[in-house]
Design a protein around this ligand. Structure first.
Ligand SMILES: NC(=O)c1ccc[n+]([C@@H]2O[C@H](COP(=O)([O-])OP(=O)(O)OC[C@H]3O[C@@H](n4cnc5c(N)ncnc54)[C@H](OP(=O)(O)O)[C@@H]3O)[C@@H](O)[C@H]2O)c1
Length: 273
């Protein structure tokens, strides 16, 4: 089969198209004929080998030679013990552990896959698993009469988060660069902020903040929340994430707010139709 492979971290030019052996599913695994794949920030991080956590399992060279976590396709073969899928099933999922979507065939554990809803094309389905799961978990607590803010809302996860928070009735503010303001409005944001012009921690206080690109101090996040409000981050600089995990808890607790890192749970339960 053909696959896009790489064997050292670097810029996109380390990727090359090659003929490689078609993999066989082991027990509990499924082989998928890939119809569509999407690119997430996690693919970019594993290509570059940065931040440091992107090298877990492959300190000097990538452990997996074909990227592509989010896949949608047709089950082609199943390993021993697989009970939920059979050849011909249309599936999608976030194959973060094994990756391999940038190829004609990919191997995934049965546990990461769900049946693709018939009303979605393969391309549409391939955009959902990783970003959709983060957005769904990150917007829990949004509700009518609550002000929700999504920082970095114009990227992969944000548009899902805007729509989910709106569906729960919240008043939603999206923050991103000027070129994405119209796009955020088009998917439902009530208000938009250009992060290069305005600092959202100095505008109105919010009930719920989902931060996809955290890089501020925990005191700024405290300032941005109403009493009883909740800030959760899921991406950003490693020092900020560490500060939120430690000082965030203390500063939040002592001021009647919750400031923490969203513990993302993966798996089809978060995007199954
Ligand atoms: N298990 C997990 O916890 C898990 C799994 C997967 C992913 N993640 C994380 O979840 C996050 C998901 O984000 P994503 O997929 O939506 O990423 P993305 O597609 O890269 O989107 C991020 C958006 O934020 C914007 N941005 C950059 N700097 C900003 C700033 N200072 N203020 C406001 N917006 C800014 C970017 O715009 P520009 O064009 O201006 O850069 C971009 O539109 C990532 O941080 C990823 O690392 C976590």
């Amino acid at each position: 089969m053909q696959a896009v492979v790489y064997d050292r971290y670097g810029a996109p030019d380390v990727l090359r198209l090659e003929e490689v052996p078609t993999p066989s599913p082991a027990a509990g695994q499924v082989r998928i004929r890939v119809v569509a794949t999407s690119i997430n920030l996690s693919d970019w991080e594993c290509l570059r080998g940065t931040p440091a956590y992107a090298r877990i399992g492959g300190l000097r060279a990538p452990a997996r030679h074909t990227l592509g976590s989010d896949i949608a396709g047709v089950v082609d073969a199943v390993g021993e013990g697989v009970t939920r899928f059979r050849p011909g099933d249309e599936v999608y999922g976030d194959n973060l552990g094994l990756k391999g979507g940038f190829a004609e065939y990919a191997i995934a554990p049965e546990s990461v896959l769900a049946h693709k809803p018939t009303q979605l094309t393969f391309a549409q389905a391939s955009t959902i698993p990783q970003s959709g799961a983060i957005a769904l978990q990150g917007t829990q607590g949004a509700a009518a009469d609550r002000r929700a803010l999504i920082n970095g809302a114009g990227g992969g996860t944000g548009p899902f988060a805007i729509q989910l928070a709106k569906r729960l009735g919240a008043h939603v503010t999206g923050v991103d660069n000027a070129g994405k303001l119209d796009f955020m409005r088009s998917v439902g944001a009530d208000e938009v902020i250009d992060y290069r012009r305005d600092d959202f921690t100095r505008t109105a206080p919010y009930d719920l903040i989902l931060d996809l690109v955290a890089h501020r101090s925990v005191f700024a996040y405290r300032r941005a929340l109403v009493r009883g409000g909740r800030y959760r981050c899921v991406g950003g600089s490693v020092p900020t994430l560490l500060r939120v995990l430690t000082a965030g808890w203390v500063v939040g607790r002592s001021s009647g707010r919750a400031i923490d890192v969203l513990p993302v749970k993966e798996g089809p339960a978060y995007f199954e139709a």
